[in-house]
Design a protein around this ligand. Structure first.
Ligand code: UDP
Ligand code: MG
Length: 321
């Protein structure tokens, strides 16, 4: 099969028939063999009934129905697990992404050798309250993830080589960082394509402004786990030791100054009367806490069942024992 289209959706009943028709039209015109996997993320409207009817009419239109609402990432992850096409395309169900982009995305994966191609809504039809924070967010994401050529991490329209979606796990709200997840899994050929974007036709947006707060927190988590997940002591140990040593030196200095003044008959103050003493005490305490956090992190990492999971691309001449 050439293409699997994965569509996560939550209360998008009005858009579905139009979307399905549009995808079918594009697939037919380009003679692709395809499937569309609608993942109904616990919609409370008619979405599932619409999907059932669509599927009865055309068996290439398939559906998965969550019993309750989990979020876009779990919906994508579920679709990915079931996708069989050589190229997997994700798109939002609200008709903001255009199926007309599919042939070019497919070509970029199969002919230009990209592992992942992300859409870039250069001209957006969203309110300003969304587009400005989005710009900031993408600039941060570019810096932190080191994927310098992406302008729109969270674009719903993306294309993947099948292997990519089988090797990444999208959970929580991590759909915003799929390119980074792919990069962490060793898929480095990540490209971008400018895509058409349209205003939402039916229904309302499912994400509020809290998306930006959560987005930044998730980025911090991914950065940390990606860099230090397997060796937490390298992070905590470094900062812990630095703080402890700094505090220790400061305490010694405070003590020496007192002894020096005492010895020379100068005026001197007690060590506990110096504000520096308390600062260094705090530093040493915090430093040891960091160090301990590092140890606990190491204990957890050592027991992780995935501590020896590596992304192996190919093997040659190895007999499996
Ligand atoms: N969506 C979902 N589960 C949710 C929230 C959203 O499957 O809990 C789907 C939604 O139906 C749409 C896509 O994710 O197909 C993108 O959502 P939306 O259009 O509301 O986001 P925006 O365009 O405002 O970024
Ligand atoms: Mg939308």
């Amino acid at each position: 099969m050439d293409i699997s289209v994965v569509v996560p959706l939550y209360n998008e009943a009005e858009s579905l028939p139009e979307l399905a028709q549009w995808i079918e039209r594009v697939m037919l015109a380009n003679k692709f063999s395809y499937e569309v996997i609608f993942v109904n993320d616990g919609s409370t409207d008619d979405s599932w009934r619409v999907i059932t009817e669509l599927s009865r009419r055309n068996p290439a239109l398939k559906g998965v129905c969550f019993r309750r609402n989990y979020g876009k990432s779990p919906a994508l992850n579920t679709g990915f697990a079931r996708a069989q096409g050589d190229v997997v395309i994700t798109m939002d169900a609200d008709l903001q992404d255009s199926p007309d982009e599919i042939p070019e995305l497919y070509r970029m994966i199969t002919e230009e050798g990209y592992d992942l191609v992300s859409g870039y809504k250069q001209k957006r039809y969203d309110p300003l309250s969304k587009t400005i924070p989005t710009k900031l967010f993408n600039a941060t994401a570019r810096r932190v993830t080191g994927i310098k050529n992406l302008h729109d991490f969270n674009c719903g329209l993306k294309a993947y080589r099948n292997k990519v979606v089988k090797h990444i796990e999208v959970y929580g709200d991590m759909h915003r960082y799929i390119p980074y997840l792919a990069k962490l899994a060793g898929f480095s050929r990540i490209g971008e394509k400018v895509v058409h974007h349209q205003a939402r036709k039916y229904g309302t947006s499912k994400f509020g402004l809290d998306r930006f707060v959560n987005g930044y927190l998730d980025l911090a988590t991914l950065w940390f786990t990606g860099k230090f997940g397997g060796k937490p002591m390298h992070f905590f140990g470094l900062f812990g030791s630095l703080m402890f040593i700094l505090g220790f030196i400061a305490v010694v200095v405070v003590g020496c100054v007192k002894l020096y003044n005492m010895h020379h008959g100068n005026h001197y103050i007690l060590v506990t009367d110096s504000p520096y003493f308390y600062l260094s005490l705090t530093l040493m305490l915090l430093g040891s806490q960091f160090f301990l956090a590092g140890f606990i992190g190491e204990l957890i990492a050592r027991n992780s069942p995935r501590r020896n999971d590596y992304e192996i691309d190919e093997e040659i001449g190895i007999t499996q024992s």
